[in-house]
Design a protein around this ligand. Structure first.
Ligand SMILES: [Zn+2]
Length: 103
């Protein structure tokens, strides 16, 4: 599947930009970075070992946008655990995500 360059969440649209280099925030390297207000998500391709990790990086940033959009609270650890759990479900149950999200 082609990697998404736009993601829509409710009324909000986000552009997804894939960077060839490491992304830094406050002097710390990170896999991705997102700004809800600017509608931007940056994903570092430099830090990833495989396609599965790219999906997890994007999913991680999208979950940050979901909790901001729906005005709830999730910690960094809770987001990380959700990404791991969803990633495991997707990896261990081929076709599950397609079924869940199929219209
Ligand atoms: Zn995070």
């Amino acid at each position: 599947m082609k990697r998404p360059e736009k993601v829509t969440l409710g009324w909000k649209e986000f552009s997804v930009v894939y960077k060839q280099h490491t992304i830094s925030e406050d002097g710390k390297d990170c896999f991705g970075l997102a700004s809800y207000n600017k509608g931007e998500i940056f994903i570092s391709e430099d830090s990833y070992g495989g396609a599965n990790q790219k999906i997890c990086g994007l999913l991680h940033e999208l979950l940050h946008m979901v909790y901001i959009h729906y005005k709830t609270e999730l910690t960094e650890n809770q987001i990380s655990m959700l990404v791991v759990g969803i990633g495991d479900l997707a990896a261990q149950n081929p076709g599950l995500m397609k079924y869940v999200f199929e219209k």
